[in-house]
Design a protein. Structure first.
Length: 75
C-alpha cells in the first residue's frame, strides 16, 4: 500500500472564541456601524479588552438566535 507524502504535518485551525467589531461585522454581513448600534442598544453583548471591543462567538450566536426567535413570534 502506498501512503501519500505530506509536506508538513496537518494542524487544526485554532478555535475562534471572539471577534473584533470589524470581524463580527464581516461574519454577520453588516456594517461596523451596525455592530456598534446593536451594542449600544443592548441587542448584542460585547466586552472591552484594553482599548479594544470584542464580541464573543457565543454573543453572536445569542444575537442570531434571538433574531430568529423574534421572527418566529411575529409569524
Amino acid at each position: 500500500m502506498i501512503r501519500p507524502v505530506r509536506d508538513q504535518p496537518s494542524q487544526a485551525e485554532p478555535v475562534r472564541l471572539a471577534y473584533s467589531v470589524d470581524e463580527a461585522a464581516a461574519v454577520l454581513g453588516v456594517a461596523r456601524e451596525t455592530i456598534y448600534e446593536l451594542i449600544r442598544s443592548g441587542q448584542l453583548r460585547s466586552r472591552k479588552a484594553g482599548s479594544r471591543r470584542i464580541i464573543g462567538k457565543h454573543h453572536l450566536l445569542e444575537f442570531l438566535d434571538s433574531e430568529s426567535a423574534a421572527g418566529r413570534e411575529a409569524s
